[in-house]
Design a protein around this ligand. Sequence first.
Ligand SMILES: [Zn+2]
Length: 223
Amino acid sequence: MTLLPERLLTGYRNFMAQRYANETMRYKQLADQGQTPETLVIACCDSRSAPEIIFDTAPGEIFVVRNVANLVPPYAPDGEYHSTSAALEFAVQSLKVKNIVVLGHGRCGGIKAALDGDSEPLSPGDFIGKWMSLVAPAADAVSANELMTPFERQTALERISIRYSLRNLRTFPCIDILEKKGRLTLHGAWFDISTGELWIMNPETGDFLRPDPEEVGAPAALE
Ligand SMILES: [Zn+2]
């Protein structure tokens, strides 16, 4: 009987022998004192865009919520099940994070599904279709742009959806208030899987820019 896939068991053994062994004190401290991450990252479920890997973070450093296409729905206190809003509520109200980063990525399957509006649902529930309908107006507008190549349309919607999620974040009263008080900062970023480039959104213009290599800095020296 296989209790877990072999790859996960091997990975766990390596984790215990290496990372946990090296960071035992940090884990014990986090267990005793609780977590105090300063940043919430909202990222896609895509296996290629894990924030902990991209930002090279240690345990306890970032609080992460992942969903299909890194979308934030609008604030809707309607008694329904809102997993992303629950994570936001906890990160902002209880952990009191100082930053929220919406991290999109290239070649996003959720965004592709939104652009291929006529494709068949994967199941009768069509949960992806319902979820991606959050960005349907933008998807329709981008799809209708015949001057763009399919790749450009895909990238455009990936970035529009980041701006859309940032706008929806501000519909949450607690986020809006804390941002206006200067205690919370919202950021947008887009990760290019094929090159490793991280494009960062200018908060004033909404444009995505590749930071100068000097701004990002040289790779940190390994201790
Ligand atoms: Zn994705």
